[in-house]
Design a protein. Structure first.
Length: 127
């Protein structure tokens, strides 16, 4: 029956993290009850053991549905929480990135000879 309880835990986490609503959880719980009843009768367990497994498994399924739903919401909130463009932290990071780019990607002061010759030709032609 431990495998059935673990299946209930897995089903709860999957349903919660998938964002399924409570009505789907009711359907999953009904399938869990049927599976547990059939599994208990095939294993030759008494009615007391099957009822205990159904009650424990249902509680675990619902608990882990809640945990999966909370983890899913937290992950979504962290992924889509935009940073305020006006915050001081964002401005300081942007400034630091700009400084690094100016230092490492500095433009050359002197042009290459071919380009310098071409610019001189254009200046002579167009003023």
């Amino acid at each position: 029956m431990m495998a059935i309880l673990l299946a209930g835990v897995a089903a709860g986490v999957c349903c919660g993290s998938a964002g399924l609503n409570v009505w789907a959880l009711i359907l999953v719980t009904a399938v869990f009850w049927i599976t547990t009843g059939i599994g208990g009768s095939v294993a030759g367990l008494g009615i007391g053991s099957v009822v205990f497994t159904v009650a424990t498994g249902t509680a675990l399924l619902q608990l882990f549905y809640l945990i999966g739903a909370l983890l899913s919401q937290e992950r979504t909130a962290l992924a889509f929480e935009p940073l305020s463009a006006g915050s001081e932290f964002v401005r300081s990071v942007q400034s630091a990135i700009g400084q690094e780019m100016r230092m490492s990607l500095a433009l050359p002061v002197d042009l290459p000879p071919e380009l310098d010759h071409r610019v001189a030709q254009l200046k002579a032609r167009y003023g």
